[in-house]
Design a protein. Structure first.
Length: 430
């Protein structure tokens, strides 16, 4: 139909431009008109063929309709003066996921796949390649793209949006490792299986509200296979704006609640079990500065986060021996503050300070003689880093730290790291 419409338009144009006479068209003129019509048909067929070839996989690339694939390769060299297996003082109930490795190590690498599914949905999957071998599903979620009214729904496995750096993948961190408060409060990073709903307000100021509902598989929750309901909930709010041409900021607050059921721990020198409620509140802030908004030459960012957690429940002390159960309650907190300065193109330096407050545990009478209730120590750490990025796809980093998180054990740490990005990779968050 399209071809015949073009022909009719062409004939009409030819008729309008042909000489007007009162006499019948000669045989030569009819023959000329027929040749021009044939030429138009030939050109139209050629055009249709070109359009069809251009839309074929062969013409636009074999991967034209395949998902975008990215691979993050990362490796480290670590030198530590203390055994990293020793837990942080006062946080023996927490997992000791320090992520450190002496000598050379293939750090966590990532394989990512993402694509738009249709006009309504987008899919993302990220697989973590562990240094010791094997892989695990880090993220695997479906995200809406057309809900409208500022709403966005995420379904599947994802990093929680509480705080600031929890959503960031390891290759986007400004330091080799996570702050101490993330290490002790979130087992380095809180991941969840469930639903996340965000709402972006239709205002000039950035205002984002969000809620999450999940199974509670990540610490401090317990992944209970026999529970039909949700095991964890989170609420968060983020606000931000520009401050003139050169500065911008974002602040946030969050609340996370979950349950721990028969959670094992190696605290107090024996194997224990804890069941109870966990409630964590947090605040975060980041300020970015770049002269005249140009980040390519120099820029600076200052960020910090604070979390406070209260746990109430029943502690069973020495499950293999005494097996004594009584009440256990503790409120603990932690924070960090860091600044990263790009002092010339491709070169940055950063300084971070970590601090934890282990609090005082309220222990039931049955375990008063067994459980340490007063920790009376403040874990801290100082970290200095330098990195060089030859391009947006590669980064080399040198990091020094003095870790005072274990009482009586000063750990002087040195790390050398590379982070390389292959393939398509999306932009990082603010």
């Amino acid at each position: 139909m399209f071809k015949y419409n073009i022909l009719l338009i062409s004939l009409g144009f030819f008729a309008l431009t042909a000489p007007v006479c009162a006499y019948a068209t000669t045989d030569d003129e009819l023959h000329s008109m027929h040749e021009q019509i044939q030429q138009l048909e030939t050109r139209l067929q050629q055009t249709e063929s070109n359009v069809a070839n251009a839309s074929s996989p062969a013409a636009s690339g074999e991967n034209a309709f395949n998902p975008a694939v990215s691979l993050i390769l990362s490796g480290t060299y670590g030198s530590l003066t203390q055994d990293p297996a020793v837990p942080v003082t006062g946080f023996a109930m927490s997992p000791n996921n320090h992520g450190y490795s002496r000598s050379f190590s293939l750090a966590e690498s990532e394989l990512g796949i993402s694509a738009n599914i249709d006009p309504q949905f987008r899919g993302v999957a990220t697989f973590s390649l562990a240094p010791e071998g094997g892989s695990s599903v880090e993220n695997a979620f479906v995200q809406t793209t057309a809900l409208g009214n500022g709403l966005n729904l995420k379904m599947g496995r994802f990093f929680s949006a509480l705080g600031y750096i929890n959503e960031q993948h390891a290759h986007a961190w400004d330091f080799v490792d996570q702050p101490l408060v993330y290490r002790t409060f979130w087992d380095n990073q809180l991941g969840e299986d469930g639903l996340q709903l965000k709402w972006l307000a239709p205002t000039d100021t950035f205002i984002e509200l969000g809620a999450e509902l999940g199974r509670g598989r990540g610490y401090p929750g317990t992944d209970r296979q026999d529970n039909n309901g949700a095991g964890a909930e989170a609420l968060f709010v983020h606000i931000g704006d520009d401050a003139g041409v050169s500065s911008s900021w974002r602040a946030g607050a969050s609340l996370h609640q979950t349950k721990r059921v028969d959670a094992p721990s190696e605290a107090f020198g024996v194997s224990n079990s804890f069941s109870g409620d966990s409630k964590t509140t947090g605040m975060d802030f980041i300020w970015k500065y770049a002269p005249n908004g140009n980040t390519t030459i120099t820029n600076f960012k200052l960020q910090g986060e604070y979390f406070q957690r209260t746990e109430n429940g029943q502690l069973t002390y020495d499950t293999a021996g005494a097996n004594t159960t009584d009440s256990y309650s503790v409120t603990q907190s932690g924070w960090y503050l860091q600044g990263v300065y790009q002092f010339m193109p491709r070169w940055r330096t950063g300084l971070r300070y970590d601090r934890l407050n282990s609090g005082n545990a309220d222990v039931g009478a049955a375990n008063t003689a067994n459980v340490i209730s007063s920790y009376a120590y403040t874990p801290t750490r100082y970290t200095l880093m330098f990195d060089y990025s030859p391009s947006e796809f590669s980064r080399l980093r040198l990091q020094f730290a003095q870790d005072n998180s274990r009482q009586g054990l000063i750990d002087n740490q040195l790390f050398v790291q590379y982070v390389m990005s292959l393939g398509a990779h999306g932009a990082h968050q603010f």
